[in-house]
Design a protein around this ligand. Structure first.
Ligand SMILES: N[C@@H](CCC(=O)N[C@@H](CSC=O)C(=O)NCC(=O)O)C(=O)O
Length: 279
C-alpha cells in the first residue's frame, strides 16, 4: 500500500498532515488527516479517531475543532478520515447532502449500487487502523473514538460493537437512534435495504441494550441544537443506558447549537476524557 502525503505542516511542536491511499475497503482512493503530537519523537502514543458529520471531509475536524493544542499537551495522535468514498460515479450519489458522498454513515452498505464502494465500517475499524499502525508512531492498543453528529453515531456504534478495539468513546450531538429519525431512515433504506432488523446493528440505542461499553461514555449536546428533536434525541440514549446500567455522562450545554463553534467549546474535555482512559 502506498501512502501519499498531500500536505504536512508543523503544528504545536508536532505535525498536521493530509494523506491519500488506495483503499481495499472502499475500492478507490481515500483521504485522512493526522495530527502527530511532539511526543511521537520519543515513542508510541495513543490514538483518537474522530469521525465528522454530514457534508464534512477529512479536514473539517482538524480545521474547525481547535483540538491540536491540547492534543499536543496530552501526547494524543488525532486521526480523522473522510466521511465517505469520493468520485464513485454512482448515479445520483452527490445529489443529496444527507446521503451518498459526504454521508457514508460509517456502515458497510449491503445494497447495490452502494455496496461496492460504501464500506466505511470496514475502512474505519480495520483498514485505517492498520495504515496508522504501519506509518505512524501509534500505540494501537490504546485507541479511542469520537465524532460529531453522523460521526457521533459512528463513534458510538463502532465502540459498542468493538469494545475490545476502542478503550474510550465520546460524541458531540450524536444521532443516537438512526432507525427512528429521518436522516437514518433515508440513508439506511438505501445502504441497507428495507429489512429494519438489519438496521438495528447500526443504532446506538439498540446496541447498548445488547452490551455495555466498559467505561463511561461522554456526550455533549447543545440545548439550542436545531436538530435536537428531529434527528438527535439524546434522551432516548440516556434511557437505553439507564436500563442497561451503562455509565453515561450526558451534558446538555445551554445556548449551544449543532456546529463546530459548539464542538470547539468542549473538545478539550473530550480529549482529556480519552487521554485519561488511554493512559
Ligand atoms: N445542509 C447543510 C447542513 C450540513 C450540516 O449541518 N453538517 C454538519 C453535520 S450534521 C450531521 O452529521 C456539520 O458538521 N457541518 C460542518 C460545519 O462546519 O458545521 C449543508 O449542506 O451545509
Amino acid at each position: 500500500m502506498t501512502l501519499e502525503t498531500l500536505s504536512e505542516q508543523r503544528c504545536f511542536g508536532g505535525a498536521h498532515g493530509v494523506y491519500r491511499h488506495p483503499s481495499a475497503a472502499c475500492a478507490g482512493p481515500m483521504r485522512f488527516s493526522v495530527f502527530q503530537p511532539p511526543q511521537v519523537a520519543q515513542g508510541k502514543r495513543p490514538v483518537l479517531y474522530f469521525l465528522a458529520g454530514l457534508t464534512c471531509n477529512e479536514e473539517t475536524f482538524m480545521i474547525k475543532a481547535g483540538a491540536q493544542r491540547v492534543a499536543a499537551e496530552l501526547g494524543l495522535i488525532l486521526v480523522s478520515p473522510d466521511t465517505s468514498p469520493r468520485d464513485t460515479g454512482i448515479a445520483g450519489i452527490t445529489e443529496h447532502w444527507d446521503f451518498g458522498e459526504g454521508a457514508g454513515f460509517y456502515l458497510d452498505a449491503t445494497q447495490a449500487p452502494y455496496a461496492s464502494r460504501f464500506r466505511m465500517r470496514r475502512y474505519v475499524t480495520e483498514e485505517l487502523p492498520a495504515i496508522i499502525a504501519a506509518n505512524f508512531n501509534a500505540d494501537s492498543e490504546r485507541s479511542g473514538i469520537s465524532g460529531h453528529s453522523m460521526g457521533g453515531h459512528g463513534a458510538l456504534t463502532i465502540a459498542l460493537t468493538h469494545p475490545d478495539r476502542y478503550r474510550s468513546v465520546s460524541a458531540f450531538a450524536p444521532i443516537v437512534a438512526p432507525t427512528r429519525v429521518p436522516w437514518g431512515e433515508k440513508a439506511f433504506s438505501r445502504y441497507l435495504g428495507e429489512d429494519r432488523e438489519a438496521w438495528k446493528n447500526h443504532d446506538a440505542c439498540e446496541l447498548v441494550a445488547r452490551q455495555r461499553f466498559p467505561g463511561t461514555i461522554l456526550i455533549d449536546q447543545g440545548a439550542a441544537d436545531n436538530y435536537l428533536l428531529s434527528q438527535l434525541r439524546p434522551e432516548w440514549f440516556e434511557t437505553a443506558c439507564a436500563q442497561q446500567g451503562q455509565s453515561l455522562r450526558l451534558r446538555r450545554q445551554d445556548g449551544y447549537d449543532h456546529y463546530y463553534w459548539f464542538v470547539q467549546s468542549f473538545i478539550e474535555d473530550h480529549l482529556r476524557h480519552h487521554a485519561a482512559a488511554l493512559a
